[in-house]
Design a protein around this ligand. Structure first.
Ligand code: NAD
Ligand code: GLY
Length: 365
């Protein structure tokens, strides 16, 4: 098992990465305020991994509410599903010392985390991510929330977990399309701040696609190390330039795709991949990224099985959807762009002709 630390002072927490961690309940119990938990999962993950988690916790004397199993999918990352979780916590008389455990991908982590952040003004929370995307990104850093019909992740809170437990064995049951979606966020770390990692990914992508445990574990560790460093420096994303916003390379375009085509049609990682191509194209138009480096970016994403062309929603529709982005400050759109491979910046002054041109050039014709 590999362990990293998210250095947030009094709210610091470990990320454990490795195989067989679901069968090690003592990794969890040392982080419980009282031995009572409420596990939130969904109809796909619960049949696969709930018994293993519950069995282990029972053995060490942890009390549990009946598991909260919600419908699967991005389309259910809603206020309605959140209400199901609140209702259950209340009906089971959970108090402020009950720990909420998220067992699932990023949708479950975001939902359960937001429930934990808001139930009785905040209860302890543990992330057990079971997708590659959630193990490399969403379980770390404390962003929690739900979607609104007008915008992705628009309602939420920062709420750090007590622990992240990434059991790499769970990736064995992940569909290929979901593995690829996770690779989008892995590639993102290389593009924004870690050129050596990007080069490692170019050399080892086939091992990752073949689910080589050693390669996957290394990719998760390196991704989490990058994320932990960024989050420790700018937890609440308040830096005027750069900072945590850089983790959103491709996300402003990607969120527009997700909202524009309807939640759940494109996977989050797929939308991020196509969005990163738009960001790279705009960076190329600004003269920051060479044609060769643009092509290198597209080639790696394509090899990972990710879409590199965006749906033709129309440029005006993209711009309208992007205007809801959380990085908009006083009406000005702040984009994450690439000064080069491994070096992202935030930029608010992209000429609108270039932004429009980049969107148009990257859409399916
Ligand atoms: P997801 O949670 O929908 O999981 C993908 C699919 O895989 C689902 O059908 C899920 O039930 C299934 N699944 C999960 N684990 C499995 C396993 N081990 N075996 C088989 N099937 C499994 O999607 P995701 O890609 O994990 O996460 C995407 C979400 O994360 C989006 O809502 C996105 O906005 C959010 N996100 C949040 C942050 C953050 O910082 N909070 C960062 C990135 C993404
Ligand atoms: N996924 C972006 C962030 O956590 O800030």
């Amino acid at each position: 098992m590999r362990t990293l630390n998210v250095a947030l002072g009094a709210r610091a927490y470990p990320i454990h990465i490795g195989g067989g961690l679901l069968q090690q309940p003592e990794l969890i119990t040392r982080h419980l305020r009282t031995p009572r938990v409420a596990i939130v999962s969904n109809t796909v993950v619960a049949p696969l991994y709930l018994n293993s988690l519950v069995g282990g916790l029972e053995k060490v004397g942890v009390g549990m509410t009946p598991p909260i199993v919600v419908p699967d999918g991005e389309a259910h990352k809603t206020a309605a599903t959140l209400d199901i979780i609140y209702g259950h916590l209340l009906a089971q008389r959970c108090d402020r010392s009950t720990t909420v455990i998220a067992l699932g991908g990023g949708v479950i982590g975001d939902l359960a985390g937001f429930a934990a952040a808001t139930y009785q003004r905040g209860v302890p929370f543990i992330q057990i991510p079971t997708t590659l995307l959630s193990q490399v990104d969403s379980s770390v850093g404390g962003k929690t929330g739900i979607n609104h019909p007008l915008g992705k992740n628009m309602i939420g809170a920062f709420w750090q977990p007590q622990l992240v437990l990434a059991d790499t064995d769970t990736l064995n049951t992940l569909p290929d399309r979901e593995l690829s979606a996770g690779l989008a966020e892995v590639i993102k770390y290389g593009l924004i701040r870690d050129l050596p990692f990007l080069e490692w990914l170019e050399a080892n992508l086939d091992r990752l696609l073949a689910r080589d445990t050693e390669a996957l574990t290394w990719a998760i560790e390196r991704s989490c190390a990058n994320k932990a460093e960024v989050v420790a420096d700018d937890e609440l994303e308040t830096a005027k330039e750069g900072g945590r916003a850089l983790l959103n390379l491709g996300h402003t375009f990607g969120h527009a795709i997700e909202t524009g085509v309807g939640y759940g049609e494109w996977l989050h990682g797929e939308a991020v991949a196509a969005g990163m191509v738009m960001a790279a194209e705009l960076s190329r138009r600004l003269g920051w990224l060479s044609g060769a480096d643009f092509e290198r970016t597209v080639a790696l994403l394509e090899r990972a099985g990710l879409p590199v062309e965006s749906p033709a929603l129309g440029v005006d529709r993209y711009l309208d959807l992007m205007s809801h982005d959380k990085k908009v400050i006083a009406g000005r759109l702040r984009l994450v762009l690439l000064k080069g491979l491994g070096e992202a910046v935030t930029f608010s002054d992209a000429p609108s002709g270039d932004v429009r041109g980049a969107i148009e050039a990257c859409c399916v014709t």
